[in-house]
Design a protein around this ligand. Structure first.
Ligand code: ADP
Ligand code: MG
Length: 618
């Protein structure tokens, strides 16, 4: 048979890529705004017609492009922002994939006008469905203007999928506000069908928030500032008495990029605990600065989630920073009566009796022994023996026979109060067989016959839970635990619609809904695998995953749900695991159908064989 594989022509590849990058007009706005910011613009203007369906135009006064760059910008993987793979770990720009302009030009009529500082005259390029229609010289100021008309003109299915103008405009405003909040030092404006929606002058953060959310906002804001080694936090939370019935004004930015994180959101709720009226949510505008190396840069262009190296510590720092601010600004009782749960008896040990503490004696300790002594082992001994007199102590016992008292080893036979050296209060027998250990609170390291195995704890646990969930949803209904009091949670009407769609599958995993009303739900039973306090994060994460997922990319609802739940429920990196927990994960991982990758196809573990090690020592 003749060969059948061919490379896809560029315009087809671009159209496929566009499906990922451009979901709706708001995605185009986000990409164009980010390009303008990357080009160091100080004034950015957005003009839209019919919720962006007819036209979107973004004009900036940034660096602009040369004639050649203007043409190159529309090639796929054409970017000025990174040159080598290493650059990915020190990323300071919003873009880096070089995909946005190519994707947008594949599914719309695009006109680009641009001029850089050196250029005497500007360039104007027209592209329709990846095809360059014209490239001419034109008169324009320094900067760039991109106009995108008739979005999805060549993909009717996608065009039909767009929601009403009101809904699409809402999405655009959301994107616009997120970018504007991340960059108060840039002047932004937004016009829709000829009328001005926002005019935001260059200012500071407090004023930017006030300009967007209205004059009264200023007095509601409490500053939050915290500098630690792993994160710098700045921004504001709203005073508890101004908490809202909806979650609208909640913003996290990481390195100036808007993100959604139900997990970190929970940290804020925890900080506000006891200060809020029932079914209200605090507003917050929090800016986290972290080392770009400590986050996963491979953020999907349309997604707003991010993976941190140490989410667990971040949670704790954020919670205490917010709590501290609320206390300091007298909006919360200053005294904190919260118990420190790390001082509580671990659950597993609750019913075990304490053991009599033992006196710790180092049997090998010999204060008279020289450094080179044979009774080796403890560092303490070496330390003391350095100070021991240089003269041989044996000479003091010259009358005693050599074999009776010839060296340090003999001392071991002297009875000491306790044979076992143990300082632990609890019986730790189960933990004795240590074949695993934890590295950096992130990896589980285990030995194999042929080498060592390093497992990413979060990914491994996600894989385990994912397979379990899939089984529960598709085959057997899971068991659920009845809640003593039904849990009432507030959601927006959009979210309720989504929850209704997911209700059946959620019930298969163990959720029991006692009410699904217009703006709240009531849950009377939850899966046994989770605790009541996790329910809200879990559902929020689920909704945000469904909101983010491109609707026609072939993933079934069940699969997405299993993925989302597994990911939220899995142990986070940064969590300390005891030996039993580590081994539990290892054993269950290798009982999975596909232990080597997590549900998003990323590696769960790596191995290092003795052969490979040997090579390193050559
Ligand atoms: P990315 O932003 O990932 O690099 P894009 O497709 O969005 O990819 O843009 C491709 C390139 O075009 C950018 O790397 C940049 O060099 C140039 N570019 C795009 N928009 C602008 C702009 N508004 N001003 C100056 N240069 C731009
Ligand atoms: Mg870009």
């Amino acid at each position: 048979m003749s060969d059948v594989i061919q490379l896809l022509p560029d315009h087809v590849a671009n159209q496929i890529a566009a499906g990922e990058v451009v979901q709706r007009p708001a995605s185009v706005i986000k990409e164009l705004l980010e390009n303008a910011i990357d080009a160091q613009a100080s004034v950015i203007q957005v003009v839209i017609k019919d919720a962006g369906k007819t036209q979107i135009q973004v004009v900036d006064n940034g660096l602009g492009m040369s004639l050649t760059d203007a043409r190159m910008a529309f090639e796929r993987h054409a970017t000025s922002k990174i040159k080598a793979a290493e650059d990915l770990f020190s990323l300071k720009t919003k873009g880096f994939r070089g995909e946005a302009l190519a994707s947008i030009a594949a599914i719309a009529h695009v006109e680009l006008k641009t001029k850089n500082e050196e250029g005497e005259i500007g360039t104007c390029i027209k592209i329709e469905g990846s095809e360059v229609i014209s490239q001419d010289a034109c008169v324009c100021k320094q900067g760039t203007s991109v106009s995108v008309k008739n979005l999805f003109y060549n993909i009717p299915a996608r065009r039909n999928f767009l929601k009403s103008d009101a809904v699409e405009t809402r999405h655009i405003i959301d994107e616009f506000q997120r970018v504007a909040l991340a960059h108060p030092q840039i002047n932004f404006s937004l016009f829709h069908n000829g009328s001005e929606l926002f005019q935001l002058p260059e200012t500071n953060l407090r004023q930017r928030i006030t300009n967007i959310f209205g004059g009264k906002t200023n007095e509601k804001l409490v500053p939050v500032n915290e500098d630690t080694e792993i994160v710098e936090i700045s921004g504001f939370v709203s005073k508890p008495e101004f908490a809202k019935k909806s979650r609208g004004e909640q913003f996290f930015f990481v390195n100036n990029r808007f993100i959604k994180s139900p997990y970190l959101n929970h940290a804020i709720s925890a900080a506000f605990e006891g200060l809020l009226k029932e079914r209200t949510y605090p507003g917050y505008f929090l800016y986290l600065n972290v080392d770009p190396k400590s986050i996963d840069i491979n953020i999907h262009p349309t997604k707003t989630e991010i993976k941190f190296d140490d989410e667990h510590s971040l949670y704790a720092i954020l919670r205490s920073a917010v709590k501290h601010s609320l206390g300091q600004f007298n909006v919360a009782p200053v005294l904190d009566f919260d118990r420190d749960s790390s001082l509580d008896t671990p659950y597993d040990y609750k019913d075990k009796g304490p053991e009599v503490p033992k006196v710790e004696v180092d049997k090998n300790f010999n204060p008279f022994k020289n450094e080179g002594g044979s009774s080796g082992g403890s560092g303490r001994q070496t330390h003391y023996s350095k100070k021991a007199p240089a003269a041989s102590w044996e000479s003091l016992y010259s009358g005693i026979k050599d074999q009776e008292f010839s060296g340090g080893n003999q001392l071991e036979q002297i009875e000491v109060e306790s044979e076992e050296v143990s300082g632990s209060l609890f019986d730790k027998k189960e933990e004795e067989e240590k074949s695993t250990f934890q590295l950096q609170k992130k990896y589980i390291v285990s030995t194999l016959k042929s080498g060592i195995l390093v497992i990413d704890q979060h990914r491994a646990h996600t894989r385990i839970l994912y397979e379990e969930m899939l089984k529960n949803i598709t085959i057997s209904a899971a068991v659920s635990q009845q809640l003593l009091f039904p849990l009432k949670l507030q959601f927006s009407s959009n979210e309720i619609v989504m929850l209704k769609e997911l209700k059946d599958s959620l019930e298969q995993t163990g959720f029991v809904f006692s009410a699904l009303e217009k703006d709240f739900i009531e849950i009377s039973g939850i899966p046994t695998l989770i605790t009541e306090s996790e329910v809200e994060i879990l559902l929020e994460q689920l909704l945000s995953d469904f909101e983010n997922e491109v609707p026609d990319n072939g993933f079934s609802q069940t699969d997405l749900m299993a993925k989302s739940l597994a990911r939220s429920m899995a142990v986070k990196s940064g969590t300390i695991l005891n030996n039993i927990e580590q081994q539990h994960i290892v054993n269950r991982l290798f009982a999975c159908k596909e232990p080597s990758v997590n549900p998003s196809n990323k590696s769960v573990f790596v191995t290092l064989t003795v052969d490979e090690l040997d090579k390193k020592f050559m």
